[in-house]
Design a protein around this ligand. Structure first.
Ligand SMILES: [Fe+2]
Length: 283
């Protein structure tokens, strides 16, 4: 590791007052950072939200308006007709690179996954009122994101962690993320029906950042209100794991150099990885 890749999160933790969030990540497995602490203007939050809506409209060939359910009748599995996830957003707009290098996100993610972690997913999630035909209280079944960690690696040490940016208000009625506090210490996945009675909602205003441990049991509640829940999601992984979506070699160098934190972005994108190349080269 070269010296300039070493990240000392102590300064960021002190500057933004994040000590309580580190404690919450350790004890509860999830923390919510509000927009004031993040020091982000409304315009930035709106830009991220609108970029997701724009990509969603283009890919789904549908109109997404914040306070309405989409008029288009979507088809698919019953559990999927109340929401859509749009992947590989990094390629769609510079704001999806910017969201990766926010200092608070960097500090909390480094606390969970150590130096050299990678971005593993760049997705937008648009969810609307859960159709009456869906019978369950949860619309995303309870699971842990790091379910695929091979033995004998320790479950309690996160190998994966997730960031969720709430781009609309989050409450139980609005179909919020549901989680079981402390479940990252269980060292196993939940049994069918086990997690829902133990779960609590993430309650957070628009513009918040939710970070959680990959071992935490979570799902989401049905959305009982009309209109859209818009979220930017991004799992990250430790450097010995390959990202689910791999962006190495696919982001132009000028975009990396233009970043406020190009060293961190380069590391997130695996550009500092010299052994696993993206193309087969000559000997
Ligand atoms: Fe998940």
């Amino acid at each position: 590791m070269v010296v300039d890749e070493v990240i000392d999160i102590g300064e960021i933790v002190a500057e933004y007052g994040l000590a309580c969030h580190l404690e919450e990540l350790d004890e509860v497995g999830l923390t919510v950072v509000d927009q004031d602490t993040l020091r982000l203007p409304d315009t930035w939050v709106d830009r991220l939200r609108d970029a997701i809506l724009r990509v969603g409209e283009a890919r789904a060939n549908a109109k997404f308006e914040l306070h309405k359910n989409p008029a288009k009748a979507f088809t698919g599995r019953p559990s999927e007709i109340g929401h859509m996830i749009f992947s590989h957003l990094i390629y769609e707009d510079p704001v999806f690179l910017e969201v990766l290098t926010h200092p608070v996100k960097k500090a909390l993610m480094t606390h969970l996954l150590g130096v050299g972690h990678r971005v593993a997913v760049s997705d937008g999630w648009i969810k609307w009122q859960t159709p009456d035909a869906w019978p369950a209280e949860e619309t995303t079944g309870f699971h842990a994101d790091q379910s695929a960690v091979p033995a004998p690696w320790n479950w309690q040490l996160p190998h994966i962690a997730n960031m969720n940016w709430t781009l609309t208000d989050y409450s139980r009625d609005d179909g919020a993320l549901a989680y079981v506090p402390g479940s990252h210490r269980k060292e196993r996945l939940p049994e069918l029906g086990e997690a829902l009675p133990l779960s609590v909602p993430v309650t957070a205003p628009k513009g918040s950042l939710v970070i959680f441990n990959g071992g935490l049991w979570h799902g989401s509640y049905r959305k009982t209100t009309p209109g859209l829940r818009v979220t930017m999601i991004g799992q990250h992984c430790r450097p010995y794991m390959l990202p689910f979506q791999d962006f190495k070699g696919r982001i132009p160098e000028q975009s990396i150099v233009a970043s406020d934190d190009s060293a961190y972005l380069r590391s997130l994108l695996r550009e500092d990885e010299v052994q696993l190349r993206t193309t087969a080269g000559l000997f």
